[in-house]
Design a protein around this ligand. Structure first.
Ligand code: FAD
Length: 388
């Protein structure tokens, strides 16, 4: 438990747990989560889950669900199925971007089909030569009458191969000048190619290259607050502000995976006997259990502090960076200790902790590596930047 939850938040926690057990865990028998989900499988899963998610929200009259409650809900989703939780989070991501930065017409056009699960979303920043420094993106959008013509390659894009919609970060060219911004690309109207990239963990979570070749996208699909902030200024700050939410989500996911591995380790410690007693009675196992519990709690405090700041619409890049790097590194350590506690069984595919370890390993890199998060934290403390 993070701190004193309200009664409503405690009810959400219970409902989220019930929901995950009733709706998500049984999906393991229906779908193959050892390979990337297909567009049709994900849509079928979302069609099952979406009414139940809406039921949870409407049943509690949580039309204004607070971010702490949403955090609790995200933890349960990740505990039940980390790959699916990632796929859902990335699928609806562009709706969040349009909600925050789109105009009325864009909100009407893009948000409903994403939320209804008719269109699967993804967000594309990373390129083959551009990872930790998003300001270097090379994909170009060149004005041509009522369209932008887009050329470039994106890589490591979550949901890329199954996406119907991309929130695409690119360089908008104006003669010799350019600015960085985001445009919504609808695959049906503006086709692009993709290629799946196999990886270590989160096996069902698609991760892909995207190829844009003379891809024509209507000009009105570009995001940016008209009036208050010039589009040219909004482009990168939109990306960085989006990172505060994304990094908090990753911290919560990491906490959930660590929690799941921890619970398996605790149960095992009370079942397995060596030297005539439960392994949980050996002091060195107790030390690992204490370390694991303490670091999970510490990560949770950091993550929920960010949720509370986001709820108040405060900028929190330092706090989000702290939560992201601490929680994702912690999850690696905790899942590794869980393997240690299970002994050889911890390495077996028959037990869930080896998968949790591989899944957790995927989290220290996206949305800014651990090193980049530390540079953000130190920059905000020192007032000196290591990025220049
Ligand atoms: C599972 C997964 C999902 C992803 N999903 C998406 C997605 O949906 N959309 C998207 O756009 N991208 C996505 N990415 C890409 C991800 O954001 C990048 O991998 C990440 O930003 C790091 O970039 P890179 O891999 O190119 O590493 P690089 O930037 O090449 O870094 C390599 C190493 O150098 C270090 N390094 C780099 N710069 C510095 C510095 N200034 N100081 C110190 N050390 C430094 C890094 O910490 C790292 O250890 C995803 C990646 C993964 C693994």
């Amino acid at each position: 438990m993070f701190c004193d939850y309200t009664e409503e938040q405690l009810m959400i926690a219970q409902m989220a747990k019930d929901f995950a057990e009733r709706e998500i865990v049984p999906l393991d028998d229906l779908y193959d989560f050892n390979h990337p989900l297909s567009n049709s499988d994900f849509k079928a899963i979302w069609a099952r889950l979406q009414p139940a998610v809406m039921g949870v929200i409407q049943g509690m009259d949580f039309s204004n669900l607070d971010l702490i409650s949403i955090g609790i809900f995200i933890e349960e989703l990740f505990k039940a199925n980390p790959s699916l939780a990632c796929t859902i989070g990335m699928a609806v991501g562009p709706a969040g971007m349009v909600y925050m930065y789109g105009d009325g017409e864009q909100k009407m056009r893009f948000i409903p089909p994403i939320i209804a699960g008719q269109k699967i979303g993804c967000t594309a920043i990373t390129e083959p030569d551009v990872g930790s420094n998003p300001a270097g993106v090379k994909t170009t959008a060149v004005e041509d009458e009522d369209s932008y013509v887009i050329n470039g390659t994106k890589t490591w894009i979550s949901n890329g191969s199954i996406s119907d919609i991309v929130a695409l970060v690119c360089r908008f060219k104006r003669g010799d000048d350019y600015d960085i911004g985001t445009i919504i690309v609808d695959r049906e109207m503006s086709p692009y190619e993709s290629n799946e990239l196999p990886h270590l963990g989160l096996k069902a979570f698609p991760t892909s290259e995207l190829f844009f070749t003379d891809c024509r996208v209507p000009k009105e699909n570009r995001l940016g607050k008209k009036g208050s902030v010039e589009k040219s200024q909004a482009g990168l700050s939109m990306v960085f502000e989006g990172f505060e939410y994304a990094r908090t989500g990753m911290a919560l996911g990491a906490i959930a995976m660590a929690q799941a591995a921890f619970e398996h380790a605790v149960s095992y410690s009370k079942e397995r006997k060596q030297w005539g007693k439960y392994i949980g009675e050996h002091q060195m196992i107790q030390e690992m259990i204490a370390d694991m519990a303490t670091s999970i709690d510490a990560a949770r405090f950091l993550a929920y502090r960010v949720l509370s700041m986001l709820q108040q619409r405060k900028r929190c890049d330092r706090e989000a960076a702290m939560a992201k790097f601490y929680a994702t590194e912690m999850a690696l350590e905790v899942t590794s200790k869980a393997i240690q506690i299970l002994g050889a069984n911890g390495l077996s595919e028959e037990f869930p902790v080896e998968r949790l370890f591989r899944d957790a390993r995927m989290f220290t890199i996206p949305d800014g590596t651990t090193q980049i998060q530390k540079l953000i934290v130190a920059r905000s403390i020192l007032g000196l930047s290591a990025f220049c």
